[in-house]
Write a protein that binds this ligand. Structure first.
Ligand code: MD6
Ligand code: FE
Length: 216
């Protein structure tokens, strides 16, 4: 009998299940990372990254932008989706074809057909930036999944339960990792721990995360 050591390693991309309906397709988009980042640069040239102010008056450490028919915005009035970028007072740039194809293919890979995102929120983390535990619940139809794509520096993603107090799993999200998340865990609390300083050949000093959603 021959022992093939490669058979004992996870296949690339390898799939990790976080909870019912939530999987990580590790490295799924890695070979496309530089092209995806070029799309992010084009989008954020038209709709620049900005640090939103939460309804409570705090400046978010993560810088954000959007593409798609609507974008996620926050100010003293609250969180909402808006078809106009309040910074430029124009529509958001369209979701580029390469990003759209990636999101739809990843959803299908995870067993969800029929994903038609209308919004993509873009998060940019610098060293020390974090995203506190939250639920994504500003979308109209919470049966719709979310597809998340990470580029550049790695970060620790916390994935909890339906109560803020529930114990969190910790998953390292590295370049090209895609999280496909829907079904019973759609409203689970989640967050990102403060980014460690580093250098990425793709993004330099940053981590970029894209979340594709169907908002209405
Ligand atoms: C991030 N992601 O990874 C933040 N939300 O930077 C999210 O908040 C998120 O990855 C909903 C679904 C997937 C996500
Ligand atoms: Fe989220």
């Amino acid at each position: 009998m021959t022992m093939d050591l490669f058979d004992q390693l996870p296949h690339d991309p390898w799939i990790e299940t976080l909870a019912p309906g939530a999987v990580v397709l590790h490295h799924y988009a890695r070979q496309q990372a530089a092209l995806l980042f070029a799309d992010v640069i084009a989008i954020t040239t038209a709709a620049p990254f900005r640090h939103l102010i939460t309804p409570g008056g705090y400046r978010m450490s993560v810088a954000m932008s959007n593409c798609g028919q609507v974008g996620w915005v926050s100010d003293k009035q609250g969180y909402r989706y808006s078809s106009i970028d309040p910074l430029t007072e124009k529509s958001w740039p369209a979701i580029p074809a390469r990003l759209m194809t990636l999101a739809v293919d990843a959803a299908q890979q995870a067993g969800f057909s029929q994903f038609e995102p209308d919004a993509c929120l873009i998060n940019r983390y610098e060293a020390g930036a974090k995203l506190s535990l939250h639920q994504d619940k500003d979308e109209l139809d919470l049966r719709q999944l979310i597809v998340s794509v990470s580029l550049g520096l790695a970060a620790v993603f916390q994935f909890g339960g339906l109560a803020r107090e529930a114990k969190c799993l910790r998953v390292l999200l590295t370049e090209g990792d895609v999280v496909v998340w829907g079904g019973p865990s759609r409203l689970n609390y989640h967050g990102v721990l403060p980014l460690k300083a580093g250098f990425s050949a793709t993004t330099g000093a940053y981590r970029i995360n894209l979340t594709f959603r169907r908002t209405r």
